[in-house]
Design a binder for this molecule. Structure first.
Ligand SMILES: *Cc1c(COP(=O)(O)O)cnc(C)c1O
Length: 219
């Protein structure tokens, strides 16, 4: 029994949570090995790397972009990406909508919320996220529907702090849901938890854990 089996087993106790296998920097052979065991969702943080791998791998892989995305890179992944976890501006969401239209598809998106105390992390403050969703322009972007939120906790041993940050993300998610998406069942994703903190994230109501190191080893 290896890390993948153990994760699958833990996820059985959390039927609303799915596993995103974070394969950034790892070769296609390792992705294919996990694919052959049934894994379908893979996460990458660089658009170019994701596009290169996508071209070499089975077409039913559900590719999730989890890293910071520049507007001018959206077109590289627009033909195939299944979910973008890292939307942090209306401008980016508008570009995703435009590129999705070009390829006659919809690209579901998550708003990345800044929950960590660390300075370097990307993401919107909770108030900025509320303002973005409330913007009348946003509701017109039907090819880039918002389906939830994503956040990264501080890199720390302090589990109390990590729990507080995950609870904050869950609170922002619930607030957005009740304020703007009460009638929209597709707004349901709360993407949180990585190799070091995913048990806390699952306890806090995560619907997507993003696991790299545990599955593929150190980068
Ligand atoms: C790399 C990365 C992960 C996975 O991190 P591990 O600690 O290797 O599990 C998850 N989320 C994001 C946004 C990442 O960049």
């Amino acid at each position: 029994m290896d890390a993948y089996d153990r994760l699958q087993q833990e996820l059985r106790a959390h039927p609303h949570a799915r596993l995103v296998a974070v394969s950034k920097t790892k070769p296609v052979e390792q992705i294919l090995a996990l694919y052959q065991r049934g894994q379908r969702i893979f996460g990458e943080n660089k658009p170019q790397e994701m596009a290169q791998k996508q071209a070499l791998l089975p077409t039913d892989i559900d590719w999730h972009l989890i890293g910071h995305l520049q507007t001018n890179k959206v077109k590289l992944i627009a033909p195939f990406v299944g979910l973008i976890h890292s939307v942090d501006s209306l401008r980016l969401l508008m570009e995703i909508d435009k590129q999705a239209q070009r390829f006659e598809r919809t690209i579901p998106c998550l708003l990345q919320i800044k929950i960590a105390q660390e300075e370097s992390k990307f993401g919107l403050a909770p108030e900025a996220a509320m303002a973005l969703v409330a913007d009348p322009q946003r509701a017109k972007l039907v090819n880039a529907p918002l389906v939830g939120v994503m956040g990264l906790a501080t890199f720390t041993e302090d589990t109390t702090q990590i729990k507080e940050e995950f609870a904050l993300l869950q609170q922002v998610f619930q607030q957005l849901k009740t304020t703007f998406f009460a009638a929209d069942p597709s707004f349901r994703e709360c993407s949180m938890g990585m190799s070091d903190d995913y048990p806390l994230a699952l306890e806090a109501g995560s619907t997507m854990i993003r696991i790299g190191t545990l599955l593929f080893g150190q980068r």
